[in-house]
Design a protein around this ligand. Structure first.
Ligand code: NBP
Length: 485
């Protein structure tokens, strides 16, 4: 059998099939395989019909025989056990220098483990985020690869050819870093996506319940928003959703039950932020907001028991819609700043050299959070690659200053009206906390020292010197070394 395929792709569900067609459109010969082998012929006879450079394999042996060396095999299967199972199945057939790529939504610790495992066997491994759903996979996803650095030159041309491009034509795909870095960046992308979606939903809630705007009016507002600084895929689809009617001429959005689902990447981001001690509060609130939404029956019961004000927001509608727009923009800046804080800390923890401007560029097109705004983030990191925090960049500092009064009005009005806007509120709380030189943690440290002899540092002494006070006169002068609350 002639070794003529550039790459193999295993997993012929929606993502795998579309990636194969995308690779093939760019001139690559691809061999397709799937656990349920009948799906190979289904694919060849349907979507891949008439393409003689998409080959089907009915066994691992047949797939291997068709591949050029070093062999590149991409998995687009369900994350978790399916990936480990396929790795074990492939191992006996691989030779030194061959490459396995996992393009699914794997959890980054799994990718770290798998990279080490395959490298220990003389093989190469890539764990890559692929974002953009079905359409992205078919016509240009954002691709975030990490793993064995020697593997990158083997797939760089293919990945950059099939990836989305920025308006300036740059590929939304570049090498992210070692072992789990690609999947970590993809996880953070998904977390940020949770935050963006929640912020838009809060804006919608304020317009709908506070300002009593119709879907048509909200559709018009989102249409305007999408022409300016908020221009993005998620604002665009929200605009379209708000204008979408079914066969009965009724708005579909009004018929959808208000309970959100989740697949876990937002939770992973939040858990990682807690592990690394990074206050990624907005993504956390977005995850919890989905959890609150899922408590539908309890909420309905509570709505008849717990009191609150009327949700109507007083004042001019047009002016308040503009306030909401600015609150959304400011909160979004905080969310991305927090996301990049997390990436910076993860880079330290896991020894990755991340290129933050490059990451913003990868998210600029193809993926769910693609936006004009990400171009501004890229520029900020280009101006100052070692930027400590996005909030401190001159451009973002000025936007926040210009949005601030609106943002505070929206949060205050929402609180007055009893409308839940957890993401707007946590963003503002973080902004105020981050810009406060002296927080009340002096009192907190005193409390800790009072009940647990945990010691404290002093404002009039160098950092790193610890003191204990015998607050009650009953405790001794012994301080706690290991006990932490
Ligand atoms: P699915 O996540 O639905 O996975 C379907 C594929 O996994 C099929 O090929 C199936 O084989 C295979 N598979 C399963 Br399920 N269990 C298996 C096992 N135990 N052993 C071997 N193979 C197994 O497909 P998808 O929606 O195309 O997504 C693929 C990956 O891409 C996932 O990790 C997903 O999270 C990620 N992703 C999806 C999207 C999206 O929009 N859908 C976007 C970005 C990333 P079978 O045909 O024999 O059952």
């Amino acid at each position: 059998m002639e070794q003529r395929a550039d790459i193999a792709l295993i997993g012929l569900a929606v993502m795998g099939q579309n990636l194969i067609l995308n690779m093939n459109d760019h001139g690559y010969t691809v061999v397709a395989y799937n656990r349920t082998v009948s799906k190979v012929d289904d694919f060849l006879n349907d979507q891949a019909k008439g393409r003689d450079t998409i080959l089907g394999a009915h066994s691992i042996e047949e797939m291997m025989a068709l591949l050029k060396r070093p062999r590149k095999i991409m998995l687009m299967v369900k994350a978790g056990k399916a990936v480990d199972d396929f790795i074990e199945t492939l191992l006996p057939h691989l030779a030194s220098g061959d490459l396995i790529i996992d393009g699914g939504n794997s959890h980054f610790p799994d990718t770290i483990r798998r990279t080490k495992y395959l490298e220990s066997k003389g093989l190469l491994y890539i764990g890559t985020g692929v974002s953009g759903g079905e359409e992205g996979a078919r016509f240009g996803p954002s691709i975030m690869p990490g793993g064995s650095p020697q593997a990158w030159p083997l797939v760089k041309d293919i990945f950059q050819a099939i990836s989305a491009k920025t308006p300036a034509g740059e590929p939304c795909c570049d090498w992210v870093g070692e072992d789990g870095a690609g999947h970590y960046v993809k996880m953070t992308h998904n977390g940020i996506e949770y935050g963006d979606m929640q912020l838009i939903c809060e804006a919608y809630q304020l317009m709908k319940e506070g300002l009593h705007m119709t879907n048509e009016q909200m559709h018009a507002a989102f249409t305007e928003w999408n022409k300016g600084e908020l221009d993005s895929y998620l604002i665009e689809i929200t605009r379209d959703i708000l204008g979408y009617k079914d066969e009965q001429g009724e708005y579909v959005v009004d018929k959808i039950l208000d309970t959100a689902g989740q697949k876990g990447t937002g939770k992973w981001t939040t858990v990682s932020s807690l592990d690394l001690g990074m206050p990624v509060t907005l993504i956390g609130e977005a995850v919890y907001a989905r959890c609150v939404s899922a408590m539908k029956e309890e909420r309905v019961t509570a709505s008849a028991i717990l009191q609150g004000p009327k949700t109507t927001i007083e004042g001019g509608r047009e002016a308040f819609v503009e306030d909401i727009r600015k609150a959304l923009l400011a909160s979004k800046i905080v969310s991305y700043a927090q996301g990049f804080m997390l990436l910076r800390e993860a880079a330290k923890e896991y020894n990755w050299k991340l290129n933050y401007g490059g990451i913003a560029l990868m998210w600029r097109g193809g993926c769910i959070i693609r936006s004009v705004f990400l171009g501004k983030i890229k520029e900020a990191f280009e101006r100052q690659p070692d930027l400590v925090n996005l909030l401190l960049d001159g451009y973002f500092r000025d936007v926040l200053a210009s949005c601030q009064q609106s943002w505070r009005r929206v949060v205050a009005q929402a609180a007055q009206a009893g409308t839940p806007v957890p993401a707007f509120m946590t963003a503002l709380a973080f902004y105020d906390g981050y810009r406060t030189a002296r927080l009340p943690a002096n009192l907190l440290q005193a409390q800790r020292d009072y009940f647990g002899a945990h010691t404290y540092e002093r404002v009039d002494r160098p950092r790193g010197e610890f003191f204990h006070t015998n607050w009650t006169g009953r405790g001794g002068s012994v301080s706690a070394g290991v006990y932490t609350v």
